[in-house]
Design a protein around this ligand. Structure first.
Ligand code: GCW
Length: 686
């Protein structure tokens, strides 16, 4: 669409394909998408799409450079048969790619696989048409790779239109109605398919009155969005309010065991599928931060989730039931209540009680998307439940898309974490499910109607990286960044990427750790301004009911979550982590204050004291932002990046530096005043 940045799919990304001869073989809507993509590219760059003749024979002309074919598409060109020899099932979304006898061949069992294969060739660009390459089999690690939008139809008086959205308004709704022009939704679906996402939940999990009716009266909106995303293999899910029966004119109760309530959900769900046959299912935030839930009726979360699951089951739909359930009205004076424990305390006793089409959606950390948290112990504690791990692409607690914070290294750590130690499975495997039937990966989207999609242009990399890691959790974050750089910038940097690439790596590779350095230290979390969560406010949440405390006093800081003397949270982990986190001398530095309350003079494993580490990291973090800023400035006028994009990033980095310095000064001043310990290097602390 006009005026919208093409992100990682500028037209030039299709040059290599568009300047060649391609044969597309197969039928069905997603194959049509592949054919349309190739055709468009060829119109632009002078290549040809060859159409098979009726009866499966290929049209006249020279042999193709690229074959994109479904295995079932009848007799395949000889080169494709050669590539396929010896291959068993390729899988629903998988593809086989090879370069053989001067032909690049992409083969799939199912249309979705062909689509992902096409985007693989796009990523390769010219490299796809070079030397011979033996057949590679690509398949997603997880079946469902989903983005949740926290979009409202209306503009919410406090949260705005997109809750925790930092990229403008919703892509779907405007002025209280579905947008008339949905071409951007289609473009969004295309971007998502190109990085491997295959599901989108369209609305906020805090479901307000207007949005509740998306399930019934406004179902047409959901159907229209689904129609735009379908050509890119993306299924639509809907966040629903647990009290829907009551608020949408059904029975006067939402008791999940009430027969009328169950009938109501069944009838409503049937109507949803009549309209959207490939509808994915419901997302539910229940008994959480004021949302209604089964507790109102004395029922369990298994009862609640199962009622909706039963309604979806006949149609193959799933319920994503969120595990983000905790007491947000706790008494700060009460040291025994620990929000980190809540999800495990609530849900682990229910393991085995959920229907097969319930997916328990667990935030990756036990608190709330902080820059540093341990992996949620729930992930390892519910073997009889399908679990999805939820990440946050939108940068609520990581700089709100004003700060550069490339999150792939954090996600990669999370996905690679092994709850039972080195011999056990990693989180990515648990989300995928041993038999491929796990809940998958979900992330809160950072996209909105901003011309750059994500507010900060460099935040596009996070959206791209989420999809790529959901597809291949073992992928290297720096390699993913390179893919994103090549696709996004190579075409518009006629001078090449010699300057831009190293600059982007210098600014982005370590930006998550930089952000960690200048914000809340050593895993303690929060210390943000309450409400909007931007910028520092060390005690902002300290005496509130939200359960997010640091307990700093004149002697020390941190939350004692040990079994020996604290809240016992460490006991929610299996060994070895239950022991590693419990023991001060074994606990990783970066999580020290998440698990322990220690004196300022406590010596970390890295040899520094806690207080000196706080000073050092805060000075270093702000300095690194200053360096990033000057690196970015040096690109100005070099032609390596579009001037408008350069200017946007420049303005944001200025703000990032201002904010990082404020963080540095507040945190350092706070802990200097509390502890009275001076900085060993005598630097200025206000
Ligand atoms: O991170 C917190 C946010 C809330 C959000 C909640 C959740 C949608 O501050 O805005 O609500 O998490 O995940 O449900």
């Amino acid at each position: 669409p006009d005026g919208v940045h093409p992100a990682w799919l500028p037209p030039e990304a299709f040059r290599a394909i568009g300047s060649r001869r391609t044969l597309v073989r197969g039928d069905g809507p997603l194959v049509d998408t592949v054919r349309d993509e190739v055709t468009l590219a060829c119109v632009r760059y002078g290549g040809r799409v060859r159409h098979p003749l009726p009866g499966g024979r290929d049209g006249p002309g020279p042999p193709p450079d690229l074959v994109l074919a479904l295995r079932s598409a009848g007799p395949l060109p000889a080169v494709a048969e050669t590539v396929l020899a010896g291959f068993g099932a390729i899988g629903d979304e998988g593809f086989v790619v090879a370069r053989h006898d001067g032909v690049t061949v992409v083969l799939a069992d199912e249309p979705a696989g062909l689509l992902y294969g096409l985007f693989h060739v796009v990523r390769l660009g010219e490299r796809a048409f070079g030397a011979a390459v033996p057949a590679e089999h690509h398949r997603p690690a997880t079946r469902r790779r989903m983005l949740d939008h926290w979009d409202n139809v209306d503009v919410h008086p406090v949260m705005g239109q997109v809750e925790r959205g930092y990229a403008g308004g919703s892509l779907f709704w405007r002025d209280g109605v579905l947008r008339e022009d949905l071409s951007r939704v289609r473009a969004y679906g295309r971007l998502l398919a190109a990085c491997g996402v295959n599901a989108v939940a369209v609305n906020n999990v805090n479901v307000h009155a207007t949005e509740a009716s998306l399930l019934t009266d406004r179902l047409g909106d959901v159907a229209a969005i689904a129609a735009e995303l379908r050509p890119y293999g993306i299924r639509v899910h809907l966040s629903v309010r647990f009290s829907s029966p009551v608020v949408l004119g059904g029975p006067p109760t939402a008791d999940p065991l009430d027969e009328d309530v169950r009938k109501w959900w069944a009838a409503v769900t049937e109507r949803v599928y009549a309209r959207i046959p490939d509808f994915g299912g419901y997302v539910v935030k229940a008994d959480s931060e004021g949302q209604p839930g089964p507790f109102t009726y004395g029922r369990s979360h298994a009862d609640g989730a199962n009622a909706l699951a039963d309604a979806l089951e006949p149609f193959g739909g799933v319920v994503h039931w969120r595990a983000f359930v905790y007491d947000h009205r706790q008494d700060w004076r009460d040291r025994a209540t620990d929000r980190a424990r809540a999800a495990h305390d609530h849900f682990v006793p229910l393991d085995g009680l959920f229907r097969g089409n319930v997916i328990l959606q667990v935030k990756h950390g036990p608190m709330d998307f902080q820059v540093r948290e341990p992996v949620s112990p729930v992930v390892a504690a519910m073997p009889a439940t399908r679990l999805a791990v939820e990440l946050q692409v939108t940068q609520e607690y990581t700089g709100q898309q004003r700060h550069v914070c490339y999150l792939a290294p954090m996600w990669s750590d999370v996905l690679g974490f092994r709850p039972w130690g080195p011999a056990g499975p990693a989180v990515a495997r648990l989300a995928a499910g041993a038999a491929g039937d796990g809940g998958g990966l979900v992330a809160v989207s950072n996209a909105g109607d901003d011309p750059y999609w994500t507010g900060h242009p460099l935040a596009q990399a996070n959206l791209y990286a989420f999809g790529r890691l959901a597809w291949a959790p073992g992928a290297d974050p720096a390699t993913i960044l390179d893919e994103w750089i090549d696709l996004t910038f190579a075409p518009s940097a006629p001078g090449g990427l010699e300057r831009l690439r190293p600059t982007l790596h210098a600014i982005m590779d370590d930006s998550w750790r930089t952000y960690e350095r200048y914000t809340a230290p050593l895993g303690v979390g929060f210390m943000v301004r309450p409400g909007h969560h931007y910028g520092p406010d060390v005690d902002g949440y300290e005496y509130t009911p939200w359960g997010t405390y640091h307990f700093a006093d004149r002697d020390g800081v941190g939350v004692d979550r040990t079994r020996a003397t604290g809240t016992g949270f460490t006991g929610q982990y299996p060994p070895p982590w239950s022991e590693v986190y419990e023991r001060l001398e074994r606990c990783p530095d970066e999580l020290l204050l998440f698990f322990h309350h220690v004196p300022y003079g406590h010596v970390l494993r890295n040899g520094s004291t806690v207080i000196q580490h706080i000073y050092d990291t805060h000075f270093a973090g702000a300095e690194q932002v200053a360096e990033a800023r000057s690196l970015w400035e040096r690109l100005a006028g070099t032609g390596s990046v579009d001037p408008a994009l350069h200017a946007r990033v420049k303005a944001l980095i200025d703000e990032q530096l201002r904010c990082a310095e404020e963080w540095r000064d507040q945190i350092n001043a706070y802990f200097f005043r509390k502890s009275g310990v001076p900085d060993a290097h005598g630097r200025r602390i206000p």
